[in-house]
Design a protein around this ligand. Sequence first.
Ligand SMILES: Nc1ncnc2c1ncn2[C@@H]1O[C@H](COP(=O)(O)OP(=O)(O)OP(=O)(O)O)[C@@H](O)[C@H]1O
Ligand SMILES: [Mg+2]
Length: 364
Amino acid sequence: MALTIGIVGLPNVGKSTLFNALTRAGVLAANYPFATIEPNIGVVSLPDPRLDRLAEIFGSERIVPATVSFVDIAGIVRGASEGEGMGNQFLANIREADAICQVVRAFTDEDVHHVAGKVDPADDLETINTELVLADLQTVEKQIPRLEKEVRGKKTDPAVLTAAEKAYEVLAEGTTVFAARDRLAKAGVDPAALKQLQLLTSKPFIYVVNTDEAGLADEAMKARMRDLVAPAEAIFLDAKLESELIELDPEDAAEMLASTGQEESGLAQLARVGFDTLGLQTYLTAGPKESRAWTIRKGWTAPQAAGVIHTDFERGFIKAEVVGFEDLVEVGSIAAARAAGKARIEGKEYVMADGDVVEFRFNV
Ligand SMILES: Nc1ncnc2c1ncn2[C@@H]1O[C@H](COP(=O)(O)OP(=O)(O)OP(=O)(O)O)[C@@H](O)[C@H]1O
Ligand SMILES: [Mg+2]
């Protein structure tokens, strides 16, 4: 299950700096083949200290973390929907993303040009939102006549056309589809049909406030930004600092982070919030070959989780032996967990918990 996050924002706000920090972190920590798929797509490993502990306990040869893909695209300016700047064509590159990460500039540096001439995060948020709404409006305008024809020819479910029409009404008011999701649901719009339209503003958003050392300590600014983007989450980081952190070994990086009053790197926060926002979690497998994290949706059952490893595992699922990560660490081995009654045998109905260490039994 691949999780993809598209990065948007005004030009020169630090999107690529963030992307570079993210992707190089991935390459350094992940030992992942073909990490960079295209120049602007990067696969990043989800930091997970639990895997290191598991690898110790099981003597694993390697660690395979869960991954998140990031897509870095050109900046958007006011009027992009009418062709200003680079236009908005490149937004097609993030149409299939699971979530959108909007980078907003809140750092002060006279030498870094701001396209609007001043650093005003609230204004920038508004500009980007408007351009995304306009881009979606153009998409739906194109979709509706095509969908009408397809519905007449019985090639498409009428629910998709209804979703497009209702989305159009919302967008025409300047509202994002995500912000209007309750209203759309009340109007009888099928969420699955809405999803098929692949609208940018129907995706969950995560906001990255790219700030500096002063900004990281500015609680009033942070509170203002949190209010502005609520109910979405805001992450505060210094993209330039983050790109320096990844060059350091872990102890020095932790020390440097602490010196700016942070406990967790911005990149680790982004990966975590991305997972939460999308309702994802990981479970773990471990053995002499590898300790590995697997991405699933919250609420998935054991057979569904097994299916992420191989579809045969889901089809032939018999049972799962499950030990909670904390329990395993406490007793120190699977054998000890079994002896202590902490290894449970779970069946088809079992709903996975985050950090379950699992071995599946199946028939093929
Ligand atoms: N937190 C920060 N503090 C100071 N300078 C920063 C910070 N983050 C980024 N910069 C600087 O801002 C400039 C623009 O960064 P970057 O190229 O990443 O922006 P971008 O959003 O990708 O722009 P574009 O849309 O043009 O591709 C760079 O010179 C970078 O070093
Ligand atoms: Mg860039």
